[in-house]
Design a protein around this ligand. Sequence first.
Ligand SMILES: *[C@@H]1O[C@H](CO)[C@@H](O)[C@H](O)[C@H]1NC(C)=O
Ligand SMILES: [Zn+2]
Length: 382
Amino acid sequence: MKFAFVVLFSAVLAFAYGQANLPAAQPCDEALCKLPHCRCSSTNIPGALSASNVPQFVLLTFDDGVNIGNMVLYRQLLKNRFNSNNCPAAATFFVTHEYTDYTMINELYNDGHEIALHSISHRNSMEYWRDASVSTMMSEIGDQRSQIAHFANIPVNTIHGVRLPFLQMSGNSSFQMKAGAGLTYDSSWPTIAFQDPGLWPYTLDYRSVQDCIIPPCPTASIPGPWVLPMVAWTDLSGFPCSMVDNCYDHPHGSDDAAWYNFILKNFERHYLGNRSPFGIYVHEWFVRVNPGLWKALQRFAGVINNMNDVYMVNAKEVIDWVQNPVPNNVYRQRPCKNLLRTQCLPNICGPLPAPEGEKNYYMQVCSRCPSRYPWVGNPLGL
Ligand SMILES: *[C@@H]1O[C@H](CO)[C@@H](O)[C@H](O)[C@H]1NC(C)=O
Ligand SMILES: [Zn+2]
């Protein structure tokens, strides 16, 4: 009985994210691909709403380690910020394990922000990520979910999203991993072909029409996870940029009026267009070294927080809306999302022996201290 279960379970795993040949995705059939679990890749507004009835979502995301070096800016920008429906405004953090203070992850979570995955190692090699198998994806990202939940003491089922390091996809494998691990969405896939009007989130049941900027992109049919496309901005010379820090021709660092206009121009392409989610995808260091951008972000946030059809929300909330699209007047009346608050009793751990080399590490966690420095293959540091 037990043996049979193990065999069956392994077969299911092998099917779910093994190397077995996946079915190639076929052209999307709108009649078969229906919400809430399937959506064809397109710029059509979900639910066939007209643009003026669509809540405009603004997605502010930050990548990489969270620590005292960048918490100052996060707190300054985000604390006590509310949307016009009186629900707290929120951002999404794609976190890496290294240089992360897990007590601060706990704080961000308790302030209503979304904690998402950006790999344990963030290894500095495009080839590593491009060639990553499903099992590498599982040990880098699938395992990071339980790692963050454990060390930051936050519920594992509040972690839904992934952004791959360097936005380097590996074809089907990261999506197979997401399907197998029950993760909801990916936000690693830039588009410049579907910028105006912007591409709305969609699933991979059927073939994607999205342009593949950093190949390989997935081409198999992989039901389950959503693609939250990174719709590019346009820089001052008209060139596309998928993250704000990639905008080559951007305003001068300290010119906050120019930065504000720059943000507004890019925002208006969405707000006056098909209202596809407007992403402000940025690294904290870039905001810090461009004080004009820092000021402009505060000003922009203040403006949209007073607009009755614009909302700064988490990426997961955007997917939730796409799955169940309702007009703005209905959306506004909804109660704010429920937050299950958790506590952090901080522990400073170390020196912890590292898996490779003689370097010792220190960590701040909300759990008991691990006995070794946690890493790929040993995410809890047992
Ligand atoms: C993804 O799966 C499809 C369908 O099986 C296959 O044709 C394609 O080569 C795969 N992509 C990669 C990068 O392995
Ligand atoms: Zn990164």
